[in-house]
Write a protein that binds this ligand. Structure first.
Ligand SMILES: *[C@@H]1O[C@H](CO)[C@@H](O)[C@H](O)[C@H]1NC(C)=O
Ligand SMILES: *[C@@H]1O[C@H](CO)[C@@H](O)[C@H](O)[C@H]1NC(C)=O
Length: 469
């Protein structure tokens, strides 16, 4: 409730401020130096209707998986199911962000309680809902390999697919994985280390390890913990990969075939592949939904990467946190209190603590005062109508992390389009958490075009500009 009131108040303030700015700064583009504005053609924010695969080092790397936008023209999922409306995508994104933020708040509250009373943490935290992540990869499972299009999630650990026989399955893109048709499939016995490390498990009468994943929105999957060969690329397969073979999967929205977990725990793909590839992974998300990016295992970083330490989070052992220490808008530092930011591949928009969002918003809206405002959509309320403009001049926005890593966002990480119905409208691609707690989420929109390197061996995250187009 409090969050809603705050957002309403901000949106009202935004109209007033914009009206004022047009009068006060008739020619806002004269402010600041040359590097302080990004000039892009108006079409730079518009995806093509045909798939336009990226070129470049990361994208052509044969040991990397191709990352595509779930709703874009490169996605194998696109032809399936009804199109999702922009409002629906935003609402799901808000649900995911809220469930992540609740989880973080719950952990720190429990931490405080535990510190004072010696209470233990609950064994199992529900993870965020499936179907919110906009980026998918295609992987092979079994021998011979069958191919599945799955979302990849830095916010959870256990990978899983829907499996035959299925008692309760949602409709998915590809035929279900059939263990009987793979000659390398086996189930994991209850005594195995991989089973004992699962937060929520049971043992079947015939000693098979059963997993259970409950998601924050009430959806859930359970089935057998299993092993089989995971084929990443034609030249790279991981034998004996541990994953969940889901026989009962209820309440999911997506049509993707399952999930690849990249969290910090030992059951995640990155942890299981560490002995072959080195600890860590990297990805690059394309600027447009018609482009492609990559996901690579191992902690190799491009030469231009700027690093910031991972912030330890003992009570949330799956998640990666960074420390945001400042922001720079059009070359000018915006003073904000430091905040812990969950870096998440699955949340779309960056969620900032209220005060930090307000500071960014007022600097940005003032500098954008020369553009006509447009009605917002859902909680995106700082929107502009670029009709008739061939080129856009957008103030640069940089996020500064502990250790001085300065991540100067691509324009696709500053403005987000509302969808194909409004080709000339784009909105500030940030939102507030609805709270002043010094915690936020670094969403995937702001990570676009960077090679984002999770260097687990050195406990740091790097951002390399121009990792993909
Ligand atoms: C390809 O990716 C691997 C693993 O991330 C990395 O070690 C290698 O340097 C990359 N090669 C190129 C040409 O980028
Ligand atoms: C944007 O501006 C154009 C031209 O004035 C107008 O026709 C259109 O309705 C506007 N769109 C929105 C969403 O404000």
């Amino acid at each position: 409730m409090a969050a809603f009131v705050t957002r309403r108040a901000l949106s009202r303030a935004s109209c007033l401020a914009a009206a004022f700015a047009v009068v006060a700064a008739a020619s806002p583009f004269r402010l600041g130096g040359p590097g302080d504005w990004r000039v892009v053609s108006a079409s730079a924010l518009r995806p093509s209707t045909v798939c336009t695969p990226a070129e470049g080092a990361g994208a052509s790397n044969s040991s990397a998986l191709k990352v595509v936008h779930r709703h874009g023209p490169c996605s194998p999922l696109r032809s399936r199911g009804a199109a999702t409306s922009p409002v629906e995508i935003l609402d799901r994104d808000r649900d995911r962000a809220n469930s992540m933020l609740r989880k973080i708040a719950g952990a720190s509250a429990t931490n405080a309680v535990r510190a004072s009373m010696g209470v233990r943490l609950p064994a199992h935290w529900a993870t965020a809902s499936l179907g919110t992540n906009n980026y998918v990869v295609t992987v092979g499972l079994g021998t011979p390999a069958r191919y599945f299009t799955v979302e990849f999630d830095t916010g959870s650990d256990l990978s899983w697919v829907q499996c035959k026989p299925c008692r309760d399955c949602y409709e998915q893109n590809d035929p279900l994985f059939d263990p009987a048709k793979s000659r390398t499939f086996s189930t994991v016995p209850c005594g195995a280390r991989e089973c004992r490390e699962l937060p929520s498990r049971t043992c079947s009468p015939d000693n098979r390890c059963r997993f259970e994943c409950a998601y924050a929105d009430g959806s859930q999957t359970d089935g057998d913990l299993a092993r089989d060969t995971l084929t990443l690329t034609p030249s790279d397969a991981i034998p004996g990969f541990v994953f969940g073979c889901g026989h009962e999967n209820s309440g999911f929205f997506g049509t993707e075939d399952g999930l690849i977990g990249l969290g910090r725990k030992s059951v995640s793909l990155s942890s299981q592949a560490a002995s072959r590839h080195g600890a860590g992974f990297s990805y690059c998300l394309p600027s447009l939904s018609s482009g492609t990016g990559y996901l690579a295992l191992g902690g190799a970083a491009p030469a231009n990467a700027q690093f910031t330490p991972m912030v330890p989070s003992w009570d949330l052992p799956s998640l990666y946190f960074l420390r945001l220490t400042g922001m720079v808008v059009a070359g000018k530092a915006v003073k904000v209190p430091a905040a812990s930011m969950l870096i998440d591949s699955g949340t779309q928009l960056t969620n900032l603590p209220d005060g930090t969002f307000a500071a960014l918003w007022s600097a940005f809206a003032r500098l954008m005062g020369g553009y006509r405002r447009a009605p917002g959509l859902s909680f995106l309320d700082t929107c502009y109508n670029f009709t008739g403009r061939a080129a856009l001049q957008v103030p640069s926005v940089a996020l500064v992390f502990a250790g001085g890593a300065t991540v100067s966002l691509d324009v696709s990480g500053v403005l987000v389009r509302l969808g194909s119905d409004e080709p000339h409208v784009a909105c500030l691609a940030f939102t507030s958490t609805g709270d002043d707690a010094p915690v936020g989420i670094l969403g995937n929109t702001q990570q676009k075009t960077f090679a984002v390197v999770y260097d687990v061996a050195n406990q740091r995250v790097g951002f390399g500009a121009k990792g993909c187009a």
